[in-house]
Design a binder for this molecule. Structure first.
Ligand SMILES: Nc1ncnc2c1ncn2[C@@H]1O[C@H](COP(=O)(O)OP(=O)(O)OP(=O)(O)O)[C@@H](O)[C@H]1O
Ligand SMILES: [Mg+2]
Length: 254
């Protein structure tokens, strides 16, 4: 990595156990990861390997048993408005319009500035003209755009995305991936994106962090050195795909 990059999020020897009916369940063990500013990282791994727990620790919702997570050199000990989460489409408020949903994180921002930022982000995610619409009037993909707009509007330090497109149909999911890349290239936020979808990780990430389960450890970090939009039929793409499936212990995928 060149010297011009700056470390944004650092996981330093993070371990975490939960108590499961009297038994100690080690979920994450010795996680070390340095995420650069503006980088798009995918956390990939099987169900239950601790992906969401990693995000929850970095977001300040859980404390690690040992080690620490720092963002811009500051240890994370509690949630903050500057770190936003995007989940599946149910994250937006059904009783609020698109406009009001996007403005929810901007309550402390002066009115004129808030209006400007809200319109700018709504335009950015491609929802111009739907400002007054309510979630029930929107498709799944459009609701997800509202979520992304709400996250971007607060100019977050880091965006945590936990399987945000999991509830969408496969075509909408593809569109949302390319839309997310378009937005990310324009705004360059640092993104930690959780998925268990191998293709999704190769389509999105600068680097893919592959987690193994029980306890969750980093099995490998794979660079995806391919320009966007990525050619899913290319040889490099299949090579990375094969590598990931092997790391995940899946045979006969091709
Ligand atoms: N607050 C908690 N209390 C007790 N156990 C927990 C808690 N949070 C997570 N766990 C356990 O830790 C393990 C890892 O959970 P986590 O949600 O991080 O996995 P994941 O990789 O996100 O899985 P999935 O892909 O299914 O979302 C699971 O066995 C889960 O039951
Ligand atoms: Mg999860």
């Amino acid at each position: 990595m060149s010297n011009s990059t700056k470390s944004k999020v650092i996981f330093d020897r993070v371990s975490k156990s939960f108590d499961k009916r009297g038994e100690e369940l080690c979920v994450l063990e010795d996680i070390n990861l340095e995420v650069q500013e503006g980088e798009f990282i995918c956390l990939l791994g099987p169900s239950g390997c601790g992906k969401s727990t990693m995000l929850n620790i970095a977001g300040g919702f859980e404390r690690p048993d040992t080690g620490s997570v720092t963002i811009d050199g500051v240890e994370i000990v509690e949630p903050s408005d500057k770190r936003v989460f995007v989940f599946q489409e149910y994250g937006i408020f059904p009783w609020a319009s698109v406009w009001d949903n996007v403005c929810l994180g901007l309550r402390k921002v002066p009115r004129a500035e808030r209006d400007r930022v809200a319109q700018e982000t709504i335009d950015l995610v491609g929802l111009t003209g739907f400002e007054k619409a309510y979630p029930m009037e929107l498709s799944g993909g459009m609701k997800q755009r509202v979520e992304v707009a709400r996250a971007l509007a607060v100019k977050p330090d880091v965006i945590f995305m936990d399987e945000p497109f999991g509830a969408l149909d496969s075509l909408t999911r593809l569109t949302m991936r390319s839309e997310l890349i378009r937005i990310w290239k324009q705004e360059k936020p640092t993104i930690l994106f959780v998925t268990h979808d191998v293709d999704e990780s190769i389509q999105l990430a600068d680097r893919i962090v592959v987690l193994s389960s029980r306890p969750g450890r980093i099995a490998a970090i794979i660079d995806v050195d391919l320009a966007h939009p990525r050619d899913l039929a290319s040889e490099q793409y299949s090579k990375i795909k094969g590598e990931l499936y092997e790391l995940l212990g899946v045979k006969d995928w091709g």
